[in-house]
Design a protein around this ligand. Structure first.
Ligand code: BJW
Ligand code: ZN
Length: 252
């Protein structure tokens, strides 16, 4: 018997809900060995976001930015989905209208078996040309440290992530907005809720009647609005929640 207590009213709510939405951030991948951004040992403690995660920074020093992304790709390629990703992947089967929205670019949710993942900040696998916007789906070689050029126009190639000051992919944002408004239960997992517009989604869900749950070892910008707060790593608490639901549904 696992010692972690999940309130009965929450399990009751979950087994009677269809429209369950999970929003994830970097914290869900922390247990896979991928650094978050704003924790004390996070990426922004060591690297400057204006230099490395903005179009201005890229145009000033494209090689530096490219090398940083190649280094992160190497770490991501060596990492594996953790129990948090795997628990979320099981939610697709447990709720008939489940949706997963992520700010993460690492594709670990895909590798854990989640499909239809709504990626708000793009992904780190693909690249595109800054001039003609041709996409390069294939991963450009990890050891290719020099900045690659577009085969069509010889423009600079950048990672297909969303940097500060850039619009989020329109279709993903519209879908995320609609799913959040219509959700019955909304989980905010492993995000500091500092970056907009993603940070607004849990609040949008709450305003429209959803029960909102935060999974995060630390207090965040939106903690005070949450109906339930689990101050634990996602890889520890999410599998327990899934187990309780399965028990109640007679699946185990
Ligand atoms: C665990 C755990 C464990 C640890 N288990 N949990 C003023 C007001 C409002 C908005 C703005 C403003 N000024 C500027 C803006 C807009 C800006 C913004 O929000 N800035 C804020 C910082 C203020 N937003 C944008 O620019 C966005 N675009 C946009 O708004 O377009 C319209 C517009 C244009 C121009 C002007 C104004 C509007 C684009 C945002 C793009 C974000 N890009 C990045 C980089 C992606 C590429 C890459 O990876 O390199 O996305 S930044 C980075 O932050 C990354 C993340 O997706 C994002 C969110 O971070 P996340 O996931 O929350 O990570 P952390 O590190 O912050 O938190 C981790 C959490 O996990 C912590 O809480 C831990 O406790 C927890 N944790 N271990 C569970 N085991
Ligand atoms: Zn091009």
């Amino acid at each position: 018997m696992n010692k972690i207590q999940i309130p009965d009213d929450l399990i009751n709510l979950l087994i009677n809900s269809e429209r369950v939405v999970v929003l994830t951030g970097a914290g869900v991948s922390a247990e896979s060995g991928i650094k978050t951004f704003r924790d004390p040992d996070g990426l922004w403690a060591k690297f400057n976001p204006a230099e490395l995660a903005s179009m201005n920074g890229f145009m000033k020093n494209p090689e530096l930015v490219w090398d940083w992304y190649q280094h992160r790709r190497e770490i991501i390629n060596k990492s594996e989905p953790n129990p948090g990703h795997l628990a979320i992947a099981q939610m697709h089967q447990l709720f008939s209208k489940f949706a997963l929205i992520t700010q993460n670019v690492d594709r670990l949710h895909h590798r854990a078996g989640s499909d239809n993942v709504i990626e708000l900040h793009g992904n780190i696998i693909e690249n595109y040309c800054v001039d003609c916007h041709t996409y390069y789906d294939e991963q450009i070689g990890e050891n290719d440290l020099s900045l690659p050029k577009c085969k069509k126009c010889y423009g600079k190639i950048r990672p297909a992530v969303v940097w500060f000051g850039e619009m989020l992919p329109e279709a993903a944002l519209i879908k995320a907005d609609e799913l959040s408004r219509n959700s019955q239960v909304f989980f905010s997992v492993g995000t500091s809720s500092e970056v907009y517009p993603a940070a607004n989604l849990p609040l949008l869900a709450k305003e429209n009647g959803a029960v909102v749950i935060e999974v995060n070892p630390n207090e965040t910008a939106i903690s005070r609005y949450m109906d339930y707060r689990f101050r634990m790593p996602s890889g520890e608490i999410l599998p327990v929640i899934i187990e309780r639901i399965k028990e109640r549904k007679g699946l185990i």
